[in-house]
Ligand binder design. Structure first.
Ligand code: SAH
Length: 467
């Protein structure tokens, strides 16, 4: 049997969008994804729904500090087994696979069995911590070298393999896995001659909404970490570069926005956007009804698309039935707004009507200008669409064929969130409002709400979310 190939890839730390383009492409096409606990699960939404997802940390819960844990063997075995079965495998690690990533043991296992592999770099936690906290790792006049150091050296080792004497001499020191050992490390460095007043920053949960940076002097940093209750994962930066944080620390100062819709393409929106889709679009189990209507497409005068998903699933069914856009010849097409129109264009259809007021009200108003008496209108829509449009069109004398094309659901695993971390919440549809209400109950007083569209605003009022 042809063997599969294995990618060892870095997912970056914290937020899921720190993965590289190459990593994401390989992820999308993997048959099996073996990921670490620290990898944000949201990146897995890009995986092929048919792929096998395995959390490596769950293979064996016992952690061994000797580096030859049972878990590691199980991971190696799994990678080899799946590749030998002809599967394409992604081993997705936190940060970069070659920085404290324990990749070598896994690679050796693959080489031994003659399995092809490649390694995809990732943003390592040190780089992300530096960028997100506004502390350059090197800076003219401050530091011209940087060392990545583990704070989790094997305690059984008789002699440290870290040259603390050299490290104490200068340059920036970045500590990984050191929250528990920082007091001991600070003492060691001071005993080796490092100035006890050297600036230190501890940055936890880098790039996440709960990212925190605390700074202090080397001699006090252990006590500060304890007092501030800083928990792993965290990166500790030691060196004079830390003084730049006051000037360049953009993350602390930026306005933090929770974006609840599905697509987030707003990098230049003012503030810092955190993307947590509060809805999930799912296909139906049974498409008998929509398929039947699509087979009779010639009978329709108009197809009205009220979302880009309506367009997406309509075309998916059209193609499944081995039909194409020629079947739509002569039929007029309306789209509720620009993103729906854009989706239609991807399928080679330029809508005849897109209202300026991108809402069902706006759509209805535009359609009313046309003589709809006795016209047959196909309305593919979600399972929770409101009846307003159907009723309005009926009043114009049209015959409406509403048909559910997809489900708009609430995701199962919405994380615990401290909403007070945000300055603003952006709701993009009534369903995001309802989902928020169900999972998070209330919006704290200090947090501003922004709603896209009147209907969304109305729903936010109805749910009592507006302060
Ligand atoms: N291969 C990873 C490192 C794995 S070791 C990389 O290149 O980044 C795990 C350590 O990485 C943690 O103890 C912590 O020091 C650091 N780390 C990982 N994710 C982090 C995050 N979101 N914020 C801060 N530190 C993180």
């Amino acid at each position: 049997m042809k063997k599969g190939k294995v990618f060892l890839a870095g997912a970056g730390p914290g937020e899921p969008d720190l993965i590289t383009v190459k990593g994401l492409e390989a992820l999308k096409q993997a048959d099996v994804i073996v990921y670490d606990r620290l990898v944000d699960k949201r990146v897995l939404q890009y995986a092929n729904p048919a792929s096998e997802l395995v959390c490596a940390d769950k293979l064996d819960r016992v952690r061994h500090s000797d580096g030859f844990s049972k878990r590691q063997n199980l991971i190696n075995k799994l990678l080899v087994d799946r590749a030998q079965k002809g599967k394409n495998v992604m081993r997705l690690k936190n940060g970069d696979p070659f920085v404290f990533g324990r990749a070598t043991e896994e690679i050796r296992g693959l080489i031994k069995k003659g399995i092809e592999f490649s390694v995809i770099p990732g943003v390592t936690a040190a780089q992300a911590a530096a960028c997100y906290s506004g502390i350059p790792l090197t800076s003219k006049g401050f530091a011209s070298s940087v060392a990545f150091v583990t704070g989790h050296e094997d305690p059984k080792k008789k002699k440290s393999s870290i040259n603390w004497d050299e490290l104490a001499k200068g340059g920036t020191i970045v500590l990984y896995m050191a929250v528990g050992s920082i007091s001991r490390i600070a003492d060691t460095l001071i005993s080796k001659g490092k100035n006890k007043n050297t600036s230190v920053a501890v940055i936890s949960n880098v790039s996440k909404i709960n990212q925190r940076t605390v700074t202090g002097r080397l001699k006090y940093i252990g006590a500060i970490v304890k007092k501030e209750n800083i928990k792993a994962p965290a990166i500790i930066i030691i060196g004079e570069v830390v003084r730049k944080e006051k000037e360049f620390g953009w993350f602390k100062k930026s306005r933090k926005i929770l974006f609840t819709g599905l697509s987030n393409h707003r990098p230049y929106e003012k503030g810092l956007i955190f993307h947590l889709p509060l809805i999930e679009i799912k296909p139906l189990k049974d498409y008998t009804k929509l398929d039947e209507l699509i087979r009779k497409l010639k009978a329709f005068d108009w197809i009205v698309f009220t979302s880009r998903y309506a367009a997406l699933y309509f075309f998916e069914r059209l193609f499944k039935l081995r039909l194409d856009t020629r079947k739509m010849g002569g039929i007029k097409v309306a789209a509720i707004g620009n993103s729906t129109a854009e989706k239609l264009k991807e399928f080679g259809v330029f809508p005849d009507l897109v209202p300026k007021d991108e809402s069902s009200k706006g759509l209805l108003a535009e359609l009313k200008k046309i003589n709809l008496i006795k016209k047959n209108i196909l309305l593919p829509r979600s399972d929770i669409a409101d009846k307003g449009l159907t009723e309005g069109l009926k009043k114009e004398g049209a015959t409406i064929f509403p048909c559910v094309a997809y489900k708009n659901t609430i995701p199962d695993n919405l994380p615990d969130l401290d909403i007070t971390n945000f300055d603003e919440i952006m709701f993009t549809s009534p369903s995001t409002v309802r989902s928020f209400k169900k999972r998070y109950k209330k919006v704290p007083k200090a947090v501003k709400i922004r709603c896209i569209g009147r209907v969304t605003l109305k729903e936010a009022k109805r749910c009592g979310l507006l302060n």
